[in-house]
Design a protein around this ligand. Structure first.
Ligand code: NAD
Length: 344
């Protein structure tokens, strides 16, 4: 493994802690990108990396992403991320989770952890037995999906107002890729407003069931980004906006909940060149993290909803700056986030 400060993803991270607990076999990396706005908050990923350098890259890149996301969500939180390096069998023991909880605790509140890929709610409860610095526990707000869906819905309306000249969604053709927790919730909001929906999911039964319920059309997961539509909403995987997929998009707006929609970042320019309004993913999909981090400053339901209600304002600020500067929306969002964390 190269030194982490030689990694291309190293971005003046405040600290990177390598945790090894011989007794339990835990190996983890906890990267704190910024605590400028508050404790560095972000999930813990449990993953088998064939090359450990991949774990370092993930910790560095994802912690910076959390700094940007939390800053643009207006949260009193910085950005951090932990990665637990699983073995090939992905064996996860109570002792490992306890040792990980101790490692989070040893950071004295500079890092607040939460669930991410490979960490269940029960795992978080086990971690929380060893540290008070764990968020999103049962009884503290529950599933983030519905909050994310509401934020994305508000963002879609803001995008419609800007690109189509009205936020009245009656008759507006909207295609959704992935109708799970976020995409399914979004579809319900949009159907209630009279949007004309096309749904796609690799789980075809799931898409067909929801389409039947909402009176929507169904298309294949491969075709959905290119269907005739006014707005497309990627709500499944990341890296779906590529040099190959973007030319097929007929919609004037791309606004969805999936993380890391742009394959490399440079595709933001391609969307802009094609006159497609893009809602930067980490700005529009912040509803879930807004809810998960509610205990950071004791925000109640009304404040959580008010924070989600402000997602359209932030998108609008990004789009205005993008128009004024000629820069792609994703670049503008990153720059705004960097300013907010004192690095502009
Ligand atoms: P989910 O697992 O509930 O739903 C994802 C759906 O996408 C599933 O129905 C799955 O079958 C489908 N899918 C997978 N690959 C697909 C493909 N190639 N084409 C079409 N459909 C496909 O997950 P979710 O919680 O709804 O999250 C969806 C996206 O939103 C993810 O990128 C996630 O990282 C992001 N996100 C989620 C939240 C949240 O609060 N849940 C918050 C922020 C971002």
């Amino acid at each position: 493994m190269t030194a982490f400060w030689a990694e291309p993803d190293f971005d003046a991270h405040e600290s990177v802690t390598l945790v090894h607990d011989r007794a339990s076999g835990l190996t983890a990396i906890i990267a704190l990108h910024s605590t400028h706005l508050g404790p560095a908050a972000g999930g813990t990923r449990f993953w088998h990396y064939s090359d450990p350098a991949g774990a370092m890259r993930d910790a560095l890149r994802l912690s910076r992403g959390m700094s940007y996301k939390n800053a643009m969500a207006g949260l009193p939180a910085g950005g951090g991320k932990a990665v637990i390096l699983a073995d090939e069998q992905r064996i996860k023991t109570p002792e490992m989770l306890a040792a990980f909880g101790d490692a989070v605790d040893a950071l004295g509140g500079r890092y607040i952890t939460a669930q991410d890929v490979g960490i269940s709610e029960a795992d978080m409860v086990a971690i929380a037995h060893r540290t008070a610095h764990a968020a999103g526990l049962p009884g503290q707000g529950g599933d983030p999906g519905p909050y994310t869906a509401r934020g994305v819905y508000l963002g879609v309306k803001a995008a419609a107002a800007r690109a189509l000249g009205t936020d009245d969604l009656r008759g507006v053709r909207i295609a959704i890729q992935g109708v799970g927790s976020v995409g399914g919730g979004l579809a319900r909001y949009l159907a209630a407003e009279g949007a004309v929906l096309t749904l796609a999911d690799i789980d075809q039964d799931r898409a067909a069931r929801l389409a039947g319920e909402l009176g929507a059309a169904v298309t294949s997961a491969d075709a959905v980004l290119g269907v005739e539509a006014d707005i497309v909403c990627p709500c499944a995987l990341g890296a779906v906006l590529t040099e190959a997929s973007i030319p097929a998009i007929t919609a004037r707006v791309v606004a969805g909940g999936a993380n890391n929609q742009l394959a490399t970042g440079s595709e933001g320019a391609l969307l802009r060149e094609r006159g497609i309004l893009y809602a930067p993913d980490y700005v529009i999909n912040a509803g879930g993290i807004i809810n998960v981090l509610r205990h950071i400053d004791g925000a109640g339901d009304a404040e959580i909803n008010a924070r989600i209600d402000r997602i359209p304002e932030r998108l609008e600020a990004v789009w205005q700056e993008s128009e004024a500067s000629g820069l792609p929306a994703n670049v503008v969002a990153d720059r705004m986030a960097q300013k907010l964390i004192g690095r502009g």
